[in-house]
Design a protein around this ligand. Sequence first.
Ligand SMILES: [Zn+2]
Length: 85
Amino acid sequence: MCSFSTLAISCPEHARLEDEYLQARDRMRNFLTGSREAAGLRLGKVRRVSRFAAGKDKEEQRLADQMAMAIARLKEHIAAHGCER
Ligand SMILES: [Zn+2]
């Protein structure tokens, strides 16, 4: 039930969508941290290498899309239910 905006999250769907978003955000964060470290090890500073970056950019784009979709679903749900914290 999402009738009262003062309630903590008691909506399972809201909790699920929020969890989905947090997981997507963590994957994105881990990916960015990992690729930055790899670039640092290889180059000594952050610089893009086209061949190396091509595959990474696709993965980064995929993760960014997942995160954006999770945010959109969560916002949509909040708008529909008014069950934000
Ligand atoms: Zn809800």
